[in-house]
Design a protein around this ligand. Structure first.
Ligand code: ADP
Ligand code: MG
Length: 292
C-alpha cells in the first residue's frame, strides 16, 4: 500500500475570470521509505501539492489517501490528528519561535499531541529490558500527554540526532541558518512522523549549508523516513531517488534518479557538495559557539 496516493487532484483558486487551476489532475503514488524531489518553475503547483498531501488544505476534486485513509472522509479533528502523528513539516524560513531555545522549539509540537508515543529511552531509565537497547523507531504508545520532562528529553534526543546536542539552549538568533534549519528538522521529527514534507528547505541557505541540510535529509531517509522535498534547484533535487516535475499544475515527468555515487565522477558539483558538508560541520564549531 502506498503511503501517499493521489488520483486526479484538482485545486482551483479564485472565482469567475480569476480562476487558477493550481493543480490540474495530479495522480501520484509514493511508497513508504521513498525520497522524492518535487521540482518545477515558480507557480507550477508544487506548494499547492505539498499543502494537499500535508493535509493543510483539501482538493477541489480528486482523492487523496494517506496511509490508506481517505482524508476527505475525516473530520477536522481527525485530520489534525493524522497530520500531527504522521507528518513533519520543514519550511524555507525555518518558522522557529525567536526568543525560544532550540530545545523548547523542538519540544513545542509535543504540547499538542494527544497520544504521544513516548520513547523508551526518554521514559524512566529504570526500564532495563533488552528491548530498550534495540533501536525502536516506533515507540510505545501512551494515551496521555507527556510530562514536561518527557517532552524535553524527547526534544533533546531529536536535537542530538541532527547534530545539535551542544546547542540546546541557543535561540535561533544564536544559530547559523543551517543550524536553524536543523532545529526545524528536529522539530519536524519530534512526533515520530512517517513522512517529512520540506518545501524549499534550502531556499534561504547558501550552497554549502544546503548540502549539509540535504545530507541530513538523506541520512534520515536511509534510516527509513519518507522524505518529500520541493526545490527548484537541480543539485538539491539530485539528493532524492526520484524526481517529479510539475508544470502548470500537472506532472510532466516522474523519474528515478541515478544513485549519487555513480554520478559523482561525472558531476563534480555533487562530489564537491559532499566534501563541503564536512568542512561546514567543522567550521560551525567556532563562530556559533560564543553563546554556549
Ligand atoms: P509553486 O509552489 O510551484 O511556486 P504554488 O502551488 O504556490 O506554486 O502556486 C500554483 C498556482 O496557484 C500559482 O498560479 C499561484 O499564483 C496560485 N495560488 C497558489 N495559492 C493560491 C491562493 N491561496 N490563492 C490564489 N491563488 C493561489
Ligand atoms: Mg512554492
Amino acid at each position: 500500500m502506498a503511503l501517499i496516493d493521489t488520483r486526479e487532484l484538482i485545486k482551483t483558486y479564485g472565482v469567475g475570470e480569476q480562476v487558477v487551476n493550481a493543480l490540474n489532475g495530479v495522480s501520484i503514488s509514493i511508497d513508504d521509505g521513498e525520497f522524492v524531489a518535487i521540482v518545477g518553475a515558480s507557480g507550477s503547483g508544487k506548494s499547492t501539492f505539498m499543502n494537499m498531501i500535508g493535509c493543510l488544505d483539501l482538493p477541489t476534486s480528486g482523492t487523496y489517501h494517506l496511509a490508506g485513509e481517505n482524508v476527505a472522509e475525516l473530520t477536522a479533528d481527525e485530520l489534525a490528528d493524522l497530520r500531527n502523528r504522521r507528518i513533519g513539516f520543514v519550511f524555507q524560513q525555518f518558522n522557529l519561535l525567536a526568543r525560544t531555545s532550540a530545545l523548547e522549539n523542538v519540544a513545542m509540537p509535543l504540547l499538542y499531541t494527544r497520544e504521544l508515543e513516548v520513547s523508551k529511552d526518554t521514559q524512566a531509565s529504570a526500564q532495563t529490558t533488552t528491548q530498550a537497547s534495540t533501536q525502536t523507531k516506533r515507540l510505545k504508545t501512551k494515551k496521555r500527554y507527556a510530562t514536561k520532562d518527557e517532552r524535553l528529553a524527547h526534544a533533546k534526543m531529536r536535537l542530538e540526532q541532527v547534530g545539535l546536542g551542544e546547542r540546546l539552549y541557543n535561540t535561533p538568533a544564536q544559530l547559523s541558518g543551517g543550524q536553524q534549519q536543523r532545529v526545524a528538522i528536529a522539530r519536524a521529527l519530534v512526533n515520530d512522523p512517517d513522512l517529512i514534507l520540506a518545501d524549499e528547505p534550502t531556499g534561504a541557505l547558501d550552497s554549502k549549508t544546503s548540502a549539509e541540510v540535504m545530507a541530513l535529509l538523506t541520512e534520515l531517509n536511509h534510516q527509513g523516513m519518507t522524505v518529500i522535498v520541493v526545490t527548484h534547484e537541480a543539485d538539491v533535487a539530485a539528493y532524492a531517488r526520484r524526481t517529479i516535475t510539475f508544470k502548470d499544475g500537472q506532472v510532466i515527468s516522474d523519474q528515478i534518479n541515478p544513485p549519487m555515487n555513480s554520478r559523482s565522477a561525472k558531476e563534480p558539483i555533487h562530489s564537491g557538495a559532499q566534501s563541503e558538508v564536512k568542512s561546514e560541520v567543522k567550521s560551525e564549531a567556532q563562530p556559533g559557539a560564543q553563546h554556549d
